[in-house]
Design a protein around this ligand. Structure first.
Ligand code: DOR
Length: 442
């Protein structure tokens, strides 16, 4: 017990600390955690967390919020509202907007757009191109830039880079974390006839097959190891890549998505059609089982949502004219909580995958752990309750979710940003409180 006077006390919750789970009252002053079990009497505000689980703020390290340029799909306000409603306190946003985010000026523009509009804390990726090395280097000192994104295979937008000489230059001369979309562009092109002749999204994983992902992942791991450059490989979707990644723990960190952990082919395509179409694709059950095995073995570092909204009209164009990508920022935490309650992983492990590891990998100051001095960002859940996912409750402008109607164990009930409640029981605060994320030096 300490006698410090706190602005706010979170009272009675079960807290997920880095190495233990225990009941504690958490006091904050000026948006930072100042004490555990403080004298409650003196607090100006008490938030009752009895019977609730208090997580360190969930950080979604892969979202596409489409602003500028594609705001008919999403914008930084709607996307961040979806984040806060789903218990996400911070997001890292991808560069395949229009124009693509390939300069420090573009990052600064995104920061300006997000400021006073975001309902969660924010940081942005700069996209690598064949000729923006100087920008990638300068981005180390650009406030709001959290990392470099490389698309080795083409997906939504024009960003694409697979020239090994240029990749090697980027690996050797930059210091920001590098996140990679790994699919082999040449194989995609060679086999484009499969896509062009296809009539059903069930054929999407035939075109973008395991070999397409594996070949690219092998290439980039070997290149990174040669350059002694750590990389982060996004949305791993196959058993074969996971086997390979086990041997490259010194080189690469690994992300998986709730989509790949929850949905499976061919069922998802039969049920959802193009609403299950994404890159890299959702594959058969044995791949999903391998992802879970790798996650339990510690080969997976981060779970991100790859929130990639497209409108219903766009999705309804029919395969192959329909764009790839599924929304997910509002469902990542509820779904993963459900997986915990189904016995798939522990709460301590979940907090590492959703908060601590993201903060460490991207060097996010004051984030990732419930610890004195850190920001008072929390994602709070009731694991005795149940909930369900409904497209009607999604704040994303796209208005759909592949999980519509799914019943979940557990319920996300509160999101707190620097000591302020931004969402409670499905209701958002009436003002945005998201702030720019600060990085520790590279
Ligand atoms: O399916 C996808 N959609 N995969 C990506 O890598 C990009 C994303 C998008 O931006 O739509």
């Amino acid at each position: 017990m300490t006698s410090e006077i706190c602005d706010v006390v979170l009272q009675g919750g079960t807290c997920i600390f880095p190495h233990a789970i225990s009941k504690a009252d958490i006091g904050f002053i000026n948006g930072k955690i100042s004490s555990f079990n403080p004298t409650i009497k003196s607090a100006t505000k008490i938030i009752n967390c009895t019977n609730l689980i208090v997580f360190p703020g969930v950080i979604d390290t892969q979202v596409h919020f489409r602003e500028p340029g594609l705001i008919h799909k999403e914008d930084l306000q709607s996307g961040s509202q979806a984040a806060a409603l789903g218990g996400v306190t911070a997001f890292l946003e991808m560069p395949n907007t229009k124009p693509p985010t390939t300069t420090c000026a573009h990052i600064t523009e995104k920061v300006a757009i997000a400021t006073n509009r975001a309902f969660a804390h924010f940081g942005f990726f700069i996209g690598a191109t064949a000729n923006n090395l100087q920008e990638l280097i300068a981005a180390e000192n650009c406030h709001g830039c959290v990392g470099i994104k490389i698309f080795l295979g083409s997906s939504t937008g024009d960003l694409l880079l697979y020239d090994q000489k240029i990749l090697e230059d980027i690996f050797r001369h930059t210091r920001l974390p590098i996140a990679i979309h790994s699919e082999d562009e040449l194989r995609l092109k060679e086999r484009e006839h499969i896509r062009n002749q296809a009539t059903h999204p069930r054929q999407h994983p035939e075109w973008r097959d395991v070999e397409t992902a594996l070949r690219s992942t092998k290439m980039i791991l070997q290149l990174a190891r040669k350059c002694q450059r750590r990389i982060h490989i996004l949305h791993i979707s196959s058993a074969e890549e996971m086997e390979l990644l086990r041997q490259f723990r010194d080189t690469a960190t690994v992300e998986v998505l709730p989509q790949h952990l929850t949905l499976q082919s061919p069922d998802c395509y039969d049920r959802l059609g193009t609403y299950a179409q994404m890159n890299p694709p959702i594959r058969e059950y044995h791949h999903q089982a391998a992802l879970w095995r790798a996650l339990r073995d510690g080969v997976v570092d981060i779970i991100g949502s790859d929130h990639a909204p497209h409108t219903k009209n766009e999705k309804e164009r029919g395969y192959p004219a329909s764009p790839s990508g599924l929304p997910g920022v509002q469902t990542i935490f509820p779904l993963m909580l459900h997986h915990f309650l189904e016995g798939k992983l522990s709460l301590l492990h979940l907090a590492k995958l959703l908060s601590e590891n993201p903060a460490n990998l991207y060097g996010l100051k004051g984030k990732g752990q419930i610890a004195i001095g850190n920001d008072a960002d929390f994602s709070i859940a009731d694991i005795q309750a149940s909930s369900s996912i409904s497209a009607d409750l999604m704040a994303s402008r796209c208005g759909h979710t592949p999980y519509d109607g799914m019943k979940l164990k557990g319920k996300v009930c509160m999101t707190i940003l620097k000591g302020n409640v931004i969402m409670q029981d499905g209701v958002l605060a009436n003002k945005p409180m998201g702030e720019i994320l600060d990085r520790t030096k590279c």
